[in-house]
Design a protein around this ligand. Sequence first.
Ligand SMILES: Nc1nc2c(ncn2[C@@H]2O[C@H](COP(=O)(O)OP(=O)(O)OP(=O)(O)O)[C@@H](O)[C@H]2O)c(=O)[nH]1
Ligand SMILES: [Mg+2]
Length: 391
Amino acid sequence: MALRDFWGKWTGKGQAEPSEQSGVPQPPVELPPSPPEPVQPPPPPETPPPAPEPIRDPIPTEAPPLDLPPMEVPPPLQLQQGQAQPGFFGRLKAGLARSTAKLTDAIGSVFTRRKLDDAALEELEEMLIGADLGVSAAGRIVEGFRRTRFGREVTDAEVKAALAEEIAAILTPVAQPLAITRDYAPHVVLVVGVNGTGKTTTIAKLAEQYRAQGLKVWMVAGDTFRAAAVEQLQIWGERTGAHVVVPAKPGADAAGLAFDGLRDARLAGVDVLLVDTAGRLHNKTALMEELRKVVRVLKRDDAAIPHSTLLVLDATTGQNAVSQVRVFKEMVEVTGLVVTKLDGSAKGGVVVALAQEFGLPVHAVGVGEKAADLRPFEARDFARSLVGLDD
Ligand SMILES: Nc1nc2c(ncn2[C@@H]2O[C@H](COP(=O)(O)OP(=O)(O)OP(=O)(O)O)[C@@H](O)[C@H]2O)c(=O)[nH]1
Ligand SMILES: [Mg+2]
C-alpha cells in the first residue's frame, strides 16, 4: 500500500532475529605434582579458533584527531504544511540560474538563426562540457542534434527546447523515488558521503517527511567521533519528533551503535531506520574501512541490510561529485543518490553527468535547509530549469 506517491511503495518480506557472541576456549590448567616426583610440564594449550570480528571496537579514551570541519547546528526547521511546496520549482530554477546562464548566454550568442553545421555542433558540445554536463553526456546530446537537425537553420529558442528534451531523455531513467518497504520493519537506510555534503540534514528531512506520512522513524547518530555531530542529530530529533540512537560516549564504535540501533528499532516496531555516518574523504583509508565495517556488521543481522545506501552529493562541487560516486561505489553498494544544494549551485549540470555515467537512481534533490526542500527528482522539470525554460 503506497502511503505517498512520490516516496515509494510498500513491498517486502520478513526478517531474521540477530544472533551473536562466541567464547574463546581456555587452555586446561594442570597443577604440578608435589616433590619428590618429577615435575610434569603442562600440555601445550589448544590453539583457539579465530575469534569473529567484534561487533564494536573498544571505546578509545580519547577520540583520534580527524580532519573534519567544525559542525554548524542548522537553523530551526520550518515545516511547510503538507507535502506541496509551490516554490520548489522556482527555487530550483533560481538555484540553477548560474548554470542556466552559462548555457543560455552561450546558446544566445551562437545560435541566433544559425545553420546547425559541424562548427556549431562543436561549439554546442563545448558549452555543455563547460556547464558541467560531462564529456559523455555532451557527446550524446550533440549526436542527437546531429541526427535530427543537422544542416537546418535553428533559433536559440529551438535549441533550448531540443536541449531540454535531450537532457530529459538522459535524466528520466534515473528519476526514481526512494521506495521504502514497511514490511522490513525497519527498512534500513544508510547515508554516506564526503564531509559537509548534507547527509545529516537529508536524514532529518527524510525523517520529517516519513513521519508526516505516519511512519515510525528512528535515526542513528553514527558520526560518533564528533560530539557536535551527535548533538546536531539530537536537535533534529527534537524538531522532528523522531527518536535518535546516540553513542554512550564520544568515539564509540559506529558499527556497534548501528547494530544496537537496529536491534532496538526492530523491538520497537520502527518502520524506517536512518543511519547517519561520519563524512569521509575518499582518500582516508581508515574511515572508509570503518564504513565497510558498519555495513558488514549490519549484514550479520540480515544480508539484505542496509536495504538502501544513499550517497549524498553536494552539487556545488561539480565534477568532483563524479569521482566521489566512483570511489564510494567501490567501497559500499550505493543504491541511489541524493543531490543537495541545488539552490545555490553554479554546477547543477553535474546531475546530467552523473546520470549518464552511472545510471544510479537519483532519489531526491535538496534546494534548501527545510524539510520540504528535499523533493523527488523530476527529470523534465530539472532539464527545463537547467536550460532556462519556464515550466
Ligand atoms: N542551501 C542548502 N544547504 C544545505 C542543503 N543541504 C544541506 N545544507 C547545509 O549544508 C551544511 C552541511 O550539512 P550537513 O547535513 O551537516 O552535512 P553532513 O554531510 O552531515 O556533514 P558532515 O557530517 O560534516 O560530513 C549545513 O549547513 C546544511 O544546512 C541544501 O539542499 N541546500
Ligand atoms: Mg553529518
